[in-house]
Design a protein around this ligand. Structure first.
Ligand SMILES: [Zn+2]
Length: 356
């Protein structure tokens, strides 16, 4: 690896190695640099100022390490099916000018293949991806796209196209990312995961250790298969890990093509699966469901400071449909002071499919 010029010290200053449990993240920038550095470049060329999108150049480290810096990011799930619906959601999300995008999986329908991945992802979100190797134009100078693996991404053996397309921290299947006051723990909830998908598995114990070691103000765990859901896939029991006990503040998932928010033992669980693939019908709400929406596509927006985290869900037309605020104080109080467009009232769910 070679040093990448005079800006390196400031980059390193911004770069934060967040978890001793995954030392690999420290090497992420190095890895990107090594893998994408043309072998014949001279030292003089390296020192020249870089254009904004160095498709074949090293990616800059991502994220500010200062926890006082606010962050805003989008949550998009079950989106990777190129077409008008994904285009609408992508336009919504880009309009927010988020710092980064977190996906909830199923990035590449129908089968996670190399032939479709760039049309399903890069066509809409290349501006957030580094290194971007696809055919739709310029990518980002630093990676600002953090996906999780969904079952459709695993339909091609080894999820190889996904792992080839992205350069992610750690083992790339599950990893963590710190950005300002937020730390994201991205899991692989698919049973193909070699390190297992139970709380006792190697992956589960990695999460427990990483959450325990985290100093972040906000700890968000993301995965594809929703631990709690009222949709056709229903709750994925094997992913019902003791997240709250381990220190998580918010759980984000997808798989069911709905928007739903649960509160389970004081911890909010979100299903954000309306990213563009299709919309699922729902007949009955599961216990703990606070709000359920399936009338249009949409995406979530998280904004976090050192003192507050908000999660809002918007329809693709821009309508605000749900809002969850987590104050940093009084964590023992049930988490949500939520302002939902569709609320559950006792056991009655008459508004289940209603638009606001
Ligand atoms: Zn799925």
């Amino acid at each position: 690896m070679e040093a990448s010029g005079s800006s390196l010290p400031s980059q390193l200053k911004r770069f934060r190695c967040v978890s001793a449990a995954i030392i690999g993240i420290c090497c992420f920038a190095c890895q990107s640099t090594r893998d994408s550095e043309p072998s014949g470049r001279s030292a003089a060329a390296v020192l020249r100022p870089e254009p904004e999108r160095p498709t074949t150049k090293p990616c800059e480290p991502f994220g500010p390490s200062d926890p006082a810096e606010p962050v805003r990011f989008a949550v998009v799930g079950d989106y990777g099916a190129a077409g008008p619906a994904e285009a609408r959601v992508a336009a919504l999300v880009k309009g927010w000018k988020p710092d980064f995008i977190l996906t909830a999986g199923d990035n590449n329908y129908p089968s996670g293949s190399a032939e479709t991945i760039d049309a399903n992802i890069g066509q809409y979100f290349r501006q957030f991806i580094c290194p971007y190797k696809g055919r739709y134009g310029a990518g980002s100078s630093s990676n600002r796209f953090f996906p999780v693996l969904g079952n459709h991404d695993w339909y091609t053996e080894g999820a190889t196209p996904y792992l080839d397309y992205f350069e992610l921290p750690g083992n790339e299947r599950y990893y963590d990312v710190s950005w300002g006051p937020v730390q994201i723990f991205a899991l692989d909830s698919d049973p193909h995961e070699p390190d297992g998908v139970t709380a006792q598995s190697a992956q589960g114990q990695w999460l427990k250790k990483a959450l325990g070691a985290s100093k972040a103000r906000w700890k968000i765990v993301a995965m594809h298969h929703a631990p709690y859901s009222s949709g056709p896939h229903s709750s994925t029991v094997y992913m019902q890990w003791p997240y709250k006990q381990w220190g998580a503040d918010l759980i984000v998932a997808g798989h069911d093509h709905t928007y739903e928010r649960f509160e389970i033992d004081g911890l909010p669980y979100v299903v954000s699966g309306l990213g563009g693939a299709s919309i699922y019908p729902v007949s009955q709400a599961a216990p703990g469901s606070q709000i359920l929406y399936n009338s249009d596509y949409g995406a979530g927006l998280v904004e976090a400071t050192a003192s507050e985290l908000s999660f809002r869900f918007f329809g693709a037309n821009g309508a605000g449909l749900d809002e969850l605020r987590l104050p940093r104080v009084a964590p023992a109080v049930p988490a949500s002071s939520a302002k939902g467009a569709i609320r559950q009232s006792g056991s009655a769910r008459a508004e289940l499919h209603a638009r606001p």
